[in-house]
Write a protein that binds this ligand. Structure first.
Ligand SMILES: NC(=O)c1ccc[n+]([C@@H]2O[C@H](COP(=O)([O-])OP(=O)(O)OC[C@H]3O[C@@H](n4cnc5c(N)ncnc54)[C@H](OP(=O)(O)O)[C@@H]3O)[C@@H](O)[C@H]2O)c1
Length: 329
């Protein structure tokens, strides 16, 4: 595909929000060793995409400007690089692109073979593209940090999911139920029915006093909290935790890091666990299989064409998406 150009959306410096995005024509990237070239059918946004533009992850991300943001994609393999064994042109896939280089908001991109999985025909591109960062984060929080067995074979645990209507939270509720947990969830009033339909046993409106206090209506103490909402002080979590309860904080700020250190140093049984996603293809394949089996679903907030990517970007920055924001080339 040498010399072919494509439509992409990029930014050239830190800051600027949605207005900082520029529509450009750039060369279609060619796959290097161990990479596949994909024609994207759906891309989803994550808060880390606009946080990177804001400069919150500098100097690590982005690696250079201009930067084409977004990493979560579904599409079709159009070319394979040297050494690729598991994919061929025409395969439908879901992939997590490299966070350093991004490349999602465009018509084509390249993904590492080892973070690409096959997408069966039962799964739409939008459903598949929701899974990489949000689904894998929910999976890692529950299995690795909370120690839940998703086949339901372990002891029953009480789990609280905050911001259960968001990208990570809506997957966390469903996965926790697969693991036979009792799930309490927080969300806004407008999403209570949706979050119940995902399997939550009890749902708190975060704008009520009980919701703000994170109190389980049935008096449960939480063995683990998958904390996806903006920062909440430790003093609010503490009285709601079981004796060995853990808060898994997926957006740890300075105060959370201090709590983490303090709890470690004092050998506290109640712990705060900061989480950084470490993605594995086998876990992404597991999530894709659950969607295929009808055991996990991607809630789609909206589908927005690539030509209006700035609307999708502004929506993500706004912080009120229900499920995943999908961009379609
Ligand atoms: N550590 C990692 O590797 C990792 C991975 C993924 C995500 N993250 C971080 O995790 C956070 C959540 O990500 P996401 O993709 O789930 O975000 P998201 O989809 O943008 O979350 C939006 C949802 O949060 C709800 N919400 C906002 N404030 C709330 C509150 N105080 N209580 C309850 N619900 C609230 C909103 O409901 P309303 O509209 O009703 O307000 C909305 O439905 C972000 O900060 C993200 O950067 C970290």
């Amino acid at each position: 595909m040498a010399g072919k150009v494509m439509h992409a959306v990029q930014y050239e410096s830190y800051g600027g929000g949605a207005a900082g995005l520029k529509h450009v024509e750039v060369p279609v990237p060619t796959p290097s060793k161990g990479e596949v070239q994909l024609k994207f059918e759906a891309i989803t946004l994550n808060p880390v995409d606009w946080k990177t533009q804001k400069g919150m992850l500098r100097p690590l991300l982005p690696r250079k400007f201009p930067h084409i943001p977004a990493t979560d994609v579904a599409g079709e393999v159009t070319e394979v690089g040297p050494g690729v064994k598991n994919f061929k042109p025409g395969d439908k896939v879901v992939a997590l692109l490299n966070h350093l280089t991004g490349g999602g908001l465009s018509e084509y991109g390249v993904a590492k073979e080892n973070l690409t999985v096959l997408r069966p025909p039962e799964i739409s591109a939008a459903e598949g593209a929701g899974l990489p960062v949000a689904g894998l984060t929910a999976h890692q929080a529950l299995t690795q940090s909370a120690g839940l067995k998703l086949d339901g074979s372990g002891p029953q645990k009480n789990i609280l999911v905050t911001a259960a209507s968001g990208g990570v939270g809506h997957y966390a509720v469903q996965l926790a139920k697969l693991g036979n947990a009792h799930v309490t969830a927080t969300c806004g009033a407008r999403n209570i029915d949706l979050v119940k339909s995902l399997g939550a046993d009890e749902v708190l409106d975060y704008k009520t006093p009980e919701g703000a206090a994170l109190k389980s209506p049935s008096g449960k103490k939480y063995d683990a909290v998958v904390h996806c909402a903006p920062a909440i002080p430790w003093s609010v979590f503490e009285p709601n935790l079981s004796s060995n309860g853990k808060v898994i904080d997926i957006t740890p700020g300075i105060s959370a890091i201090c709590t983490f250190a303090l709890k470690k140093l004092t050998f506290s049984k109640k712990q705060l666990v900061p989480l950084l996603l470490i993605p594995y293809a086998e876990n992404l394949q597991y999530l894709v299989d659950l969607v295929k089996q009808g055991k996990l679903k991607t809630v789609i907030d909206s589908k927005i064409p690539l030509s209006k990517a700035e609307d999708a970007w502004a929506k993500s920055i706004d912080g009120h998406a229900t499920g995943k924001i999908v961009v379609e080339p």
